[in-house]
Design a binder for this molecule. Structure first.
Ligand code: PHE
Length: 368
């Protein structure tokens, strides 16, 4: 091994170089690198120290003391520098992470907003208010007569069977939870103003409301659901007016160009009656007669049922006290949950009643 150069001058030079490097370090990371260079295993001072043993006796002692003192000096400078840099870095970090407890709270808790069904009912009603129609209302706990008899559904009509209708106090007061919003048609025709005078004709009303049936609780049925009812009573009303009105509603709800059709059907309170269908918004009819590309949304029928409608049965007008020689009308009723499913792609009706805020939030920002 070479004789190590451990003269006073060269040891002092090593110390000076180390001190300069430590002082130049601007961060603890830089200091660490400088420490390795000047005090690490391969630093000149440390290598020299290891070679002290090869020196002759008297020199060895001196050199040992010099190197020991040099290492102690460098360690001290390095330690002090480290303390300084670490303090500065901590300070920096604390400033960055500082929490000002006097700062006003920037988190405003959501106070809530209408449920998507409520919002949609308002939207549906707005379409008609914009055309000058009125909003009509009726009770959810309804007289059987309003819900059935006046709508040309006699005592033996199957819709009165307990399997569908939730009867409340059927013996004494003949009350039901309304199974549809159609009793509001009767209430609108029979309604009076505050002087007791019968409402004047014509009638243009819509009624968004809650309806009840003793139904399954599954992806497409909930026992408490919502409908939008519409009723017009005027002179010379035809199916054409009905179709035009519903087309307008469909265009507002689903966009211009959505295709609708009315398909012959039966309701006791309309004659003729029809189902209102929307062109399937998923396959647009491409799945019809095409077994290779079936459509689950419309069962490969190309159309999906939106609601019922028709020309008001004269018996219903008569029950509402309307002169059927002069007046005729149209009516329609559609499911609000179905509308939300079609329009926003909500696949499961149960989500609509479970009260999970994420559902509402998803629809608010969702597929409109
Ligand atoms: N009331 C009917 C139902 O609940 C819908 C409907 C309303 C049909 C008005 C025709 C006219 O299914």
């Amino acid at each position: 091994m070479d004789t190590p150069d451990l003269t006073e001058a060269s040891v002092a030079a090593l110390v000076a170089a180390g001190v300069a490097a430590f002082e130049a370090a601007a961060t603890t990371a830089e200091l660490k690198a400088a420490r390795i260079a000047h005090l690490g295993d391969k630093a000149p001072l440390i290598l020299a120290n290891r070679a002290i043993g090869s020196l002759p006796g008297p020199e060895r002692k001196d050199a040992g003391q010099r190197v020991g003192a040099a290492r102690a000096e460098l360690n001290k400078v390095c330690e002090e520098r480290h303390q300084l840099l670490a303090d500065a870095e901590l300070h920096e970090r604390l400033l960055a992470e500082r929490v000002d407890v006097t700062e006003p709270d920037s988190y405003f808790p959501t106070v809530g907003e209408p449920h998507p069904i409520t919002a949609l009912m308002d939207e549906l009603a707005d379409v008609f208010v914009a055309m000058g129609w009125e909003i009509a209302e009726g009770p959810e706990l309804e007289a059987e007569w309003m819900n059935f008899d006046a709508l040309n559904m006699g005592p033996n009509h199957p819709a009165r069977a307990t399997s569908d209708t939730l009867f409340i106090d059927p013996i004494e007061n003949h009350l039901v939870l309304r199974t549809h919003t159609s009793p509001v048609q009767i209430r609108a025709m029979l309604s009076c103003d505050y002087t007791g005078r019968r409402r004047e004709l014509p009638i243009y009303v819509v009624c968004p409301g809650t309806t009840f049936r003793a139904d399954e609780f599954d992806a497409t049925h909930v026992p408490a659901f919502h409908q939008l009812e519409g009723l017009v009573v005027d002179k010379g009303i035809t199916l054409g007016h009905l179709k035009g009105t519903l087309d307008h509603l469909a265009a507002v709800m689903f966009g211009e160009g959505v295709r609708t059709r009315i398909r012959p059907s039966y309701f006791p309170f309309t004659e003729p009656s029809a189902e209102l269908d929307l062109e399937c918004f998923v396959c647009h009819g491409a799945s019809v007669g095409n077994p290779d590309a079936p459509c689950r949304t419309c069962n490969s029928e190309g159309w999906i049922e939106w609601g019922g409608c028709g020309v008001v049965n004269p018996r219903v007008l008569a029950a509402g006290g309307v002169d059927t020689e002069i007046y005729s009308g149209f009516a329609f009723g559609m499911g609000v949950e179905r509308t939300l499913m079609f329009r926003n792609g909500a696949a499961d009706m149960r989500d609509m009643v479970e009260g999970d805020i994420r559902f509402s939030q998803a629809l608010v920002g969702g597929a409109r």
